[in-house]
Design a binder for this molecule. Structure first.
Ligand code: ADP
Ligand code: 5GP
Length: 209
């Protein structure tokens, strides 16, 4: 039998395109090896539906800068005027255990993770079917004030410019179709040759028997 190495699955999209929804589906899919979700630290205020420690670790700017300066963050970025960062230790621990780590981060963070761990990073960009639909989804989500929504839409144009930097691009028109595509990527990446380090010995053994 071959033992597989884990990897980091990075999901990015303009806000509202559906990456949290798709990430939740992956986490709930009992037919897959369950990924570990990275819980970021952020200085943004908590939305009514969010739970501290589950959706984010909500911390103040001083605590954030302290963690960043201690090297405790694998990557960090300023997004929509707030700081966000990925705690390094859980990612390194999961990879050492052969687990898949799921990161919902922006393009700036993706760039940092990719340069730090190029062999271990798989990146997926989620696009909305149209700008109107993106706006409608953010409004329907009803979690942001009108000025925050406008800021997110302005940033969406900036975020979307970075689609070329990603390994895979999914247009989330129909949620079921988009999830099927994400699931396919997720599974295929578990059997990438480079993630099966003892294949050599396994095949030698197969050939010798
Ligand atoms: P993101 O995490 O990218 O900001 P969310 O996952 O929160 O986006 O999705 C934004 C809103 O759009 C949510 O209310 C979600 O239920 C909805 N949504 C996601 N995908 C689809 C889809 N394919 N069709 C319609 N609504 C969707
Ligand atoms: P939201 O405020 O909607 O939860 O997230 C806003 C944006 O910040 C999203 O694009 C999300 O992917 C990104 N984000 C969330 N956590 C992190 C993180 O730890 N690092 C980086 N670079 N971006 C993050």
């Amino acid at each position: 039998m071959s033992t597989k190495r884990g990897y980091i699955l990075v999901l990015s999209s303009p806000s509202g395109a559906g990456k949290s929804t798709l990430a939740r589906q992956l986490l709930a899919d009992t037919t897959l090896p369950t990924p570990h979700l990275s819980v970021s630290v952020t200085t943004r205020s908590r939305r009514p539906s969010e739970i501290d420690g589950t959706h984010y670790h909500f911390i103040d700017e001083m605590a954030f800068l302290q963690r960043r300066d201690q090297g405790a963050l694998l990557e960090w970025a300023e997004v929509h005027g707030n700081f966000y960062g990925t705690p390094r230790e859980p990612v390194e621990r999961a990879l050492a255990q052969g687990k898949i780590m799921l990161l919902d981060i922006d393009w700036q963070g993706t760039e940092q993770v990719r340069s730090a761990m190029p062999e271990d990073t798989v990146s997926v960009f989620i696009l909305p079917p149209s700008f109107e639909e993106l706006r409608a989804r953010i409004v329907r989500r009803a979690e942001d004030t009108p000025d925050v929504i406008e800021r997110r839409l302005e940033n969406a144009r900036e975020e979307m410019k970075h689609w070329r930097d990603y390994d895979y691009v999914i247009t989330n028109t129909d949620l079921e179709d988009a999830y099927a595509e994400l699931r396919g990527i997720y599974l295929a990446e578990t059997v990438r040759r480079s993630r099966q380090p003892n294949l050599e010995a396994f095949v030698d053994e197969l050939s010798a028997s």
